[in-house]
Design a protein around this ligand. Structure first.
Ligand SMILES: Cc1ncc(COP(=O)(O)O)c(C=O)c1O
Length: 376
């Protein structure tokens, strides 16, 4: 193992060499069911033929012309993304935290003169300083205080009543991922949306993990009572390549000229792949299948009957299993038993299967989980 890579990340102890659909192989030839999928970025599974075709097409054209140039592929992608909000305007970037950062700057421009940014307890929005100010978990922020901004955090139930006419924006995940997999109840989402409208406050939904059909609809906002003015996307947006986007209602206005930008945002190589992604999300039944598969998966887990399982939460293919024991050792044991997963906080397991996962995969995963929990 290299001594040169930063020690930021805990070691998983294996190297993934290839992947096909919902399975990957490590460099020793051992196979795993992949319910981790590169932090949820490989939403379509590994080596998806349509994405490979789009990438190959992209390699033959210009890779990065620069955002100021006209670019048919970039413009087509923006038109498709805009349809997520019927007729939205779009900024393209390279990651989730960049999308949040851009949404924050856009909000401050559109509501200049106001002073408050609200976000949810347990929320996770990324790790650049602007995005970090909206992220809740103090462990991510503490080393950088007091230099990062002061968003105000409230429990999901208390957000609506804390919105006032000095509020710029509310940042919210329709389904909290990192924070433990908590779905916003639709009646709470409606209350938050109404309070935002009443006070002309911008509702920014962070769909970086929940979006693009994973939760059962192109945007999980529509399933959780949220009517966003601004939507942030990333992860699956290029099926595992770096991509992010902000989509907002056109009538709100736009960035001021030169108030934001990115060298690689909207580059043609990745835009080709994102366009194939959007066509599958918007014009196929993948989101509906995600909803059905998620329900099937949660019912299988509920049949395990382990005393370690306290609660099963989730929507579509974003699922959490809260345990009465620490989650990290269980994630490691699952990996030893041939299943890749991740944590969502200290006691919750998170499963992010791709659209490629089929009935057999879900059954196999439930068996592996049952067997693994018996080891604890
Ligand atoms: C809801 C949410 N927002 C923002 C981010 C940050 O995205 P990225 O890691 O692409 O910067 C993540 C990443 O896990 C996320 O899940």
């Amino acid at each position: 193992m290299s001594n040169s890579l930063s020690n930021l990340y805990g070691g998983r102890g294996i190297a993934i060499s290839t992947g096909q659909g919902s399975h990957v192989l490590d460099t020793t030839g051992r196979s795993y069911i992949d319910f981790f999928n590169g932090h949820g970025a490989s939403l379509f599974g590994h080596s998806h033929p349509r994405l490979i075709e789009a990438l190959e097409k992209g390699t033959k054209g210009v890779w990065t012309s620069g955002a100021g140039f006209e670019s048919p592929i970039r413009e087509e992608l923006a038109d498709e993304l805009g349809m997520l909000l019927k007729d939205g305007k779009v900024y393209l970037c390279n990651s989730g935290t960049e999308a949040i950062e851009a949404a924050l700057k856009l909000s401050l421009i559109l509501r200049k003169g106001r002073g408050r940014i609200l976000a949810c307890r347990r929320g996770f929005h990324g790790r650049t300083c602007g995005a970090l100010s909206m992220t809740f978990n103090p462990k991510y922020k503490e080393p950088f205080l007091p230099m990062i901004g002061k968003a105000e955090h409230f429990s999901i139930d208390d957000i609506a009543e804390n919105i006032d006419d000095n509020t710029v924006a509310v940042f919210i995940e329709p389904v909290q991922g990192e924070g433990g997999v908590f779905c916003i109840p639709p009646e709470t989402g409606v209350k938050i949306s109404e309070a935002c409208k009443k006070n002309s406050v911008l509702l920014v939904t962070d769909e970086i993990q929940s979006g693009l059909g994973r939760c059962g609809a192109p945007l999980a906002s529509s399933l959780t009572g949220l009517d966003p003015d601004i939507v942030c996307l990333a992860k699956g947006l290029a099926g595992g390549l770096p991509a992010g986007a902000v989509v907002w209602k056109k009538e709100l206005g736009d960035f001021l000229p030169h108030s934001h930008g990115s060298t690689y945002g909207g580059n043609e190589l990745v835009a080709n792949v994102s366009l194939a992604v959007l066509s599958m999300v918007m014009h196929s039944d993948l989101p509906l299948k995600a909803a059905a598969n998620g329900e099937f998966f949660r019912s299988l887990i509920s049949e395990i009957g382990s005393s370690h399982i306290k609660e099963i939460r989730g929507m579509g293919l974003l699922n959490g299993v809260e345990l009465d024991i620490p989650s990290l050792p269980v994630v490691k044991a699952l990996q030893n038993n041939g299943l890749l997963s991740l944590t969502a906080g200290p006691r919750t397991l998170r499963f992010l299967p791709s659209y490629a996962a089929d009935e057999k995969d879900f059954k196999d995963v439930a068996l592996i989980l049952a067997k693994t929990l018996e080891e604890f």
